[in-house]
Design a binder for this molecule. Structure first.
Ligand code: P6P
Length: 343
């Protein structure tokens, strides 16, 4: 007996469930070359890291030793959450025995970590913020992981990884994992921005949206107004402008990945300016601002320090910080206009 299935709908549903991250990379590259194989495998490992962190977060309240602080302070001078350490180790573990990634540079590690069995054959470096917004860990609010992939330049025999001190336009891939009501992975390899949603029943990230485009303008401005009196007058003037101008609304979650994901979808601007005491700001260039800038630029938006594009900033040190203004073109330009009018 033959089964008369409406082939299109059956194929469409099945095909969508089979459009995993690793397959999508090949579709993007239109190639099965060794480089394409490497990138597909790397993205697959990052997806595994996301699944491990998401699983831990979803059970945090039921397990001992998952939440709370370690009692340590990291290289940034920030108190370390147990989840920061777990997630940091997850990204290292998923790349062990991969032959792909030799070095990992993380917000949580002063120096890059070298995976012995992968060096020097592995020519890729992972730069990541394992848990972005860890202040939200213990309150069951959204969190993120941010990642960028770069190709190692040179032999790095002294393990100083100085080849990483280059502008963000050299990133091969970048993206983030958003641990929210659903777990999403958003990435780019320079050919648009694409989102995937974790289907727990499959244990796979399934394609959700291709070629995401950020609106040219949105009503959201996302900034920690508790820092108002620490800012330069030009930023205060911008805030006064959005306060008295109809059509703006404030949204700020304490986790940049969550706030920037909202801006990517609805439009608007996220800003973490420098302060009078710390003009360089809080956010780190290589594994926070630059990957997110790559995503937002690829989606048709902009990311700047207020003076130069984030992707053109050349760092002098691994944990370099920059001010960050990122989002819709019109809204980023509006903030820049206040900065450049020199209030
Ligand atoms: P504040 C989290 O630590 C983070 O790096 C971003 O995710 C977030 O937007 C920002 O810092 C929050 O910092 O100073 O507003 O608490």
């Amino acid at each position: 007996m033959t089964i008369d299935l409406p082939i299109d709908s059956a194929d469409a549903g099945l095909d969508r469930d089979c459009t995993t991250l690793s397959r999508h990379v090949f579709q993007q590259l239109q190639s099965f070359s060794p480089d394409a194989q490497d990138l597909s495998a790397i993205m697959n490992r990052i997806a595994l890291a996301g699944k491990l962190v998401a699983r831990r977060m979803s059970r945090a309240g039921l397990m001992e030793g998952v939440l709370g602080f370690t009692g340590e302070v990291n290289v940034q001078g920030e108190t370390v959450k147990k989840m920061d350490v777990y997630a940091n180790d997850v990204f290292i573990s998923v790349f062990k025995q991969s032959g792909l990634v030799c070095r990992l540079a993380s917000e949580e590690m002063e120096d890059p970590y070298y995976i012995p069995e992968n060096c020097p054959i592995g020519r890729y470096t992972l730069l990541y913020d394992p848990i972005d917004g860890s202040s939200n860990t213990d309150t069951n609010l959204s969190l993120g992981s941010i990642f960028a992939i770069r190709q190692q330049q040179g032999e790095d025999k002294d393990h100083k990884a100085t080849d990483l001190l280059t502008a963000g336009r050299g990133q091969i891939a970048a993206g983030y994992i958003l641990y929210g009501p659903s777990t999403m992975l958003v990435y780019t390899i320079g050919n648009g921005v694409h989102s995937f949603t974790l289907d727990p029943s499959l244990g796979e990230f399934i394609l959700t949206e291709e070629n995401m485009q950020i609106p040219n303008h949105g009503s959201v401005y996302s900034v920690n107004e508790g820092n108002f009196w620490q800012w330069d007058e030009s930023i205060r003037e911008y805030i006064r402008y959005v306060h008295k101008t109809e059509g703006y609304t404030a949204r700020y979650s304490g986790a940049m990945v969550s706030d920037i994901h909202r801006v990517l979808i609805q439009g608007g601007v996220f800003l973490y300016p420098g302060t009078l005491q710390k003009p360089e700001g809080k956010l780190r260039l290589l594994y926070e601002s630059a990957p997110l800038a790559y995503i937002i630029e690829q989606a048709g938006g902009r990311a700047t320090t207020g003076h130069i594009d984030i992707l053109d900033v050349v760092p002098t040190k691994l944990h370099e910080r920059t001010p960050l203004i990122i989002g819709s073109k019109q809204d980023v330009a509006k903030v820049e206009s206040f900065i450049q009018n020199g209030y």
